[in-house]
Design a protein. Structure first.
Length: 276
């Protein structure tokens, strides 16, 4: 049975895939359906949802379209989540591979660096980094990745330690392959699948961290984010709760979709191992 067939047998995985497909469609269609700047004023302030069908989800305190902000915010959340996961997994896989394959003093030095980063809670590290460097999407992605790469590094190191003494690695040494070539061409590809299983956790954490930074006023001021929309709505929470509820639901569905997709992938991989 193929991996896709095993994945489709998981209700959690299918539900997560459908949720993320809807969010991805929102993100891709945002510039098509709402080509104007989502921060521009389009009507009178605080129009409630469904009161004006040209503005289905109403407007915020400044008269900006909530639906346009929601769809453009999906782009920001997915971009930050996926980019932070790619950076964190790439850095963690490289450092973990070097530590596990080289061993000795290099392993000790790299693992102490990992320990140093793990001492600081990821959100506080991101908060401090963005506060010092300045708020922009690339800085936010890097700040989130700084707190997320350590788990991937430790997992990659553990996998490499179990792989480096296998016969095909010894054969690569015998034929004279460079140690770095062995590490990244022979060992890393086989150590990578368990590391990639962390993707869903990192993406979900990155989405929430970006929203929290934006909520605190440390997001990119030129970009609409769900966190900034929630922060905007808290000042009128009694009279217009929809301003915080709508982007809050977007966050919940995104994190839920990523979690369910990750569960489906893990279940499909577990079925493959059981068959083997």
């Amino acid at each position: 049975m193929s991996f896709l067939a095993r994945f489709l047998r998981s209700p959690e995985g299918v539900a997560g895939l459908l949720l993320l497909a809807c969010l991805l469609a929102m993100a891709l269609l945002a510039p098509v359906l709402f080509p104007r700047d989502p921060l521009s004023i389009v009507g009178r302030p605080l129009i409630p949802p469904f009161a004006d069908w040209s503005l289905p989800l109403g407007t915020d305190r400044l008269g900006r379209d909530v639906l346009a902000g929601l769809m453009h915010g999906a782009r920001t959340s997915l971009l930050v989540g996926i980019s932070a996961a790619v950076v964190a997994l790439a850095a963690g896989a490289v450092i973990g591979t070097l530590a596990g394959f080289a061993a000795g003093w290099l392993d000790e030095a790299l693992m102490r660096v990992v320990d140093a980063f793990q001492i600081v809670p990821p959100f506080l590290l991101a908060l401090a980094f963005v506060s010092v460097v300045g708020a922009s999407l690339p800085v936010i992605v890097l700040a989130i990745a700084l707190g997320a790469w350590t788990g991937a590094a430790r997992l990659a190191r553990a996998e490499v330690l179990s792989i480096r003494e296998r016969d095909y690695v010894a054969a690569a040494r015998v034929i004279g392959m460079h140690p770095l070539e062995i590490a990244f061409k022979e060992v890393l590809p086989n150590a990578l699948p368990p590391v990639l299983a962390l993707t869903s956790v990192i993406v979900a954490g990155a989405v929430l961290t970006e929203a929290a930074l934006s909520f605190l006023g440390l997001g990119d001021p030129n970009t609409v984010t769900w966190g900034s929309m929630i922060a905007e709505g808290r000042n009128v929470l009694r009279t217009a709760p929809f301003l915080s509820i709508v982007p809050g639901l977007g966050l919940v569905l995104t994190v839920l979709g990523v979690y369910l997709l990750g569960e489906g992938l893990v279940e499909a991989l577990a079925r493959k191992r059981r068959r083997q």
